[in-house]
Unconditional design. Sequence first.
Length: 77
Amino acid sequence: MLATGGSAVASFNSLKLKGAKKCVLASLIAAPEGVEKMNAEHPEVPIYTAALDRQLNSNGYIMPGLGDAGDRTFGTF
């Protein structure tokens, strides 16, 4: 999922440092804030997503969305 965009931006920064030339981002669900951050930092990377939800909440969770995937996976919420 693409929520705040922080992890995605860091990942593509790392890929570029290692010489990646052509990248794409595929996500099942995204928030507009994450899409905006990716477009600002890596405008050449196309983003494919199955669903664009309306926003992030104060915790950075996609709304209405899934909440935090890590929290849900590891029961830390």
